[in-house]
Every structure is written in C-alpha cells, then in structure tokens.
Ligand binder design. Sequence first.
Ligand code: COA
Length: 474
Amino acid sequence: MAKKAAKKSKAKSKKPAKRAAKKMRVVARKNGANGNGLPKPSARPYGQAGKALEGVKILDFTHVQSGPTCTQLLAWFGADVIKIERPGVGDITRGQLVDVKGADSLYFTMLNHNKRSITVDSKHKKGKEIIERLIKHCDVLVENFAPGALDRMGFTWEHIHKLNPRMIVASVKGFGPGPYEDCKVYENVAQCTGGSASTTGFRDGPPLVTGAQIGDSGTGLHLALGIVAALYQRNRTGRGQKVLAAMQDGVLNLCRVKLRDQQRLKHGPLTEFSQYGEGVPFGDATPRAGNDSGGGQPGWILKCKGWETDPNAYIYFITQAPVWSPICDLIGEPTWKTDPEYATPKARLPKLKQIFARIEDWTTTKTKFEVMEACNAVDIPVGPILSMKEIAEDQSLRKTGTVVEVDHPKRGKYLTVGNPIKMSDSISDVKRSPLLGEHTDEILTDVLGYSKKELADIKLSGAITPEEKKQAAA
Ligand code: COA
C-alpha cells in the first residue's frame, strides 16, 4: 500500500517537471529553436549581435573601488548601469587624489566607464520613492556600503524583494558573517586578513601588501561572476537572490596555493622555497616566499643590464626543469647538463642561490628585453619587470584595447585600462565616466516616467540637489 502511494506521489511530482519540459519544447519550436531550447544561431556577423548583458539593468549603489570595478565590468558587457550618487558630493573618489583641478579624479574616471549617473538623496522621502522606482525597474542592485548602511536607508533585503522579487541584491563587504562582519574594510585590511600579507615579502622582513588591488578589484571581479551566475539561475527560477562577495574571502581565494602550502608543511619542508636550500628551518605557518615562484618550478628576480640606475631593469627567470639544457647552454655552463650535482631538479634545490647568481652573471650582460628574446627562442619562461611607463607606452596593449585613451570634457585625454576580458561576440567599447548627476533628468523622465511637472517638483524637493541648494529651495 505504502509502495503504491510512494509510486503515485513520485509520478505526481514528475508531472510539473514534465509539463515544464513540454512547455519549453513548445516555446522552443515557436521560436525556431534547436533541441536544447536555445534559439537558432544568430546570422549576424560576430560582434554585431548586441552585447552579452544587453537588456540587463543595474542599479549601481557602489562607491570607491571594489563595487565600481564590478559594475564597470557589467557595463562593458553591455548592461545599463545607473549609478546613484549623493547629491553635490557623489562617489567620494571623484575628489580623491585629484590631479586636474575642477575635474573628476583618475581614481573615479578609471573605475566608472560606460555608466550613467543620477544624484539622489537616499535619506530624503522623495529620494526613497525614486530609488524604489529604480528597484522595480532594474534587475540587479549592487552595493558596497559599510555593513548595515543599506538597511539604515530602509532598503532591507525584505523590502527590496517585496518591491521586486526578481531583483538580485549583490554586495561587497569586508568580511562574511562572523566576528568581524560589522567592520569597515579597505584594500590593505583585506590583503592582511585574507592571507596575502603574511605570505608576501622576504623571510627576514615584515609582511608586505602587494600593488595589485586584490582586495578591492579582485573582490569586484568575484562579485561580477556571482551576479552573472545569479542572472542565469533567475532565468530558471524567476526570482532574485542575495550575492555576497566578502573581501577576506576573495583574497583568500586568490591565496589558495598558500593554504595548500600550509597543509603540506605537516608532511615536511617546502622544498621549492629557497629557504629549504639555505637550510633555514620552517615554522608552523606558510612563510613569506620572497621572489620564489608559487609553483614547483624554482624562479627568482634577476638583475639585467642597467640595473644600477634603472629600478626596473630586472627579469623574472624560471629554471623550468624541461628546459634546463638550453639554460645551461645560454649561460655558458654546458657541463651542468650532465654533472650529477646539477643535472636533476632535486640536486639543484640546495644550490638554487648559487645557480641564480650564475644566471644573473649572464642576465646582467643584457637588457631585460634581450634576455627575454634569447630565452623565448628556446622556450625558457621569463618575465621582464615592466614599469607602468613601459606598459602605458606599449603599442600591443593599445591595439588589443587593454590600454585605452579616453577623452573627458573636463580633464582632456587620459589613459585607462579597458575590459581585460575579450569576447568575440560582445566587444567592449570604453566610454568616459559620467559627470556627477549627468543623467539625472533623463533617468527620471525616460527611464522612470516622471512627467516634466513632476521633475520640476522633484528638483524643488531637494531629493536630487545638494544640501545648500536644498536649503535655498526650502
Ligand atoms: N544619499 C544619502 N546618503 C548616502 C548616499 C546617498 N545617495 N549614499 C551613501 N550615503 C550614506 C550612507 O547611507 C552612509 O550613511 P550611514 O552611515 O548614516 O548609514 C554614509 O553615506 C556612508 O557610507 P559608508 O559606506 O559607511 O561610507 P564610509 O566612507 O564611511 O566607508 C567603506 C567606506 C569603504 C570603508 C565602507 O563603505 C565599507 O566598509 N564598505 C564595504 C567594504 C568595501 O567595499 N570596501 C572597499 C572599498 S574600495
């Protein structure tokens, strides 16, 4: 009897899934789709079939670096990104590290391309109404306020979800749930708490932070991926969800190999670290590795011709085992190819310092680019230390759109980094960042449907104007 009931309920539970599949097949047939429910491949030439995220509307409540990095990427993929900024002030970075008086800083312009800007006071009654309309209009709200700030504005997850159950609410926070969840966090705090600083620097020096903004931009990247995945899931479920990228988690994710090493320590010394070859004992935590390579192939930064005056006349040199023979030939030590003291990676480990010193004798006779040319010819992996000046002037990076020159009405031409992710059918163009509130009127009327009269009333209400103008209007 029970068996029969179970069979019946199984058959019953299968029904909705079967119905959904049938419905999908019918829709697919109607749309001229192929077997797996996708439309027919577009006949348009690649790059002319719209952008990847075309039609996706983003309510961008981000500031500083982590959040803006994320929404800038989404904008490059074709989403309509509407950035809400505080009237009169805007994103704090507009006025930080200013180099051209009266113009938005490069800090701001380089993180907010391809967006529209609307000024709204989120604590003003009318301002809240405008934001509520935007919530109903958009697909994703992205924010990186201090913990609790969005709730204090009245925009709790529950409230947002009630207004728009399809909305994805994506946040960057310093920490995930736990003892530090209420803390404000900036880049270097995340680098320190995510395991990067304790594993960066030289063994005999203090922990170091890195120049790459792995806490801010790195977490923005993580968040963007979460948003795209949530949009994809929404196609199936019809509902939004919360997406959280904590900066500590993002940094730790990028330091994955260091947690790997932490566990390897239990089973003996980390033989690829130069400290092993130097006979320095390991402690109980992953040590700072200096310029040792993160993988199993020993590497180090070596001086090149001109190092005495040029701080970047260096090259990263990897003594990859399969190319040991060409390395020996290049540096003029052909006997090391067969000498048992040098011929195997294991034999070389205790002598890495001496080996790199010998290679450096050779690299100092050449510029870093000459070393690169000679090494690449025989497949030896090396990386010249490129200065920002060299990168800015690199014509191949200009050609690929990785370094782009943009014109700005207040600051003139400036260089920026374009979309580092290249797609053959969704080609990014870099448009200058918006001026503060540049699109306020068009968003209120064209997007949210306020009439001319309502727009005039909103202007008088002080909801979109700075404090002093608000007082004058009162
Ligand atoms: N209208 C009115 N008020 C606004 C507003 C608007 N359009 N936009 C922001 N505000 C208010 C917020 O409501 C908040 O007010 P409250 O404290 O009364 O609630 C206030 O501005 C400040 O926001 P906050 O996020 O606390 O900024 P901060 O400058 O004090 O802190 C950070 C900056 C980056 C430390 C903090 O936002 C943070 O920890 N963010 C999460 C982690 C992160 O992204 N860090 C990396 C930044 S690159």
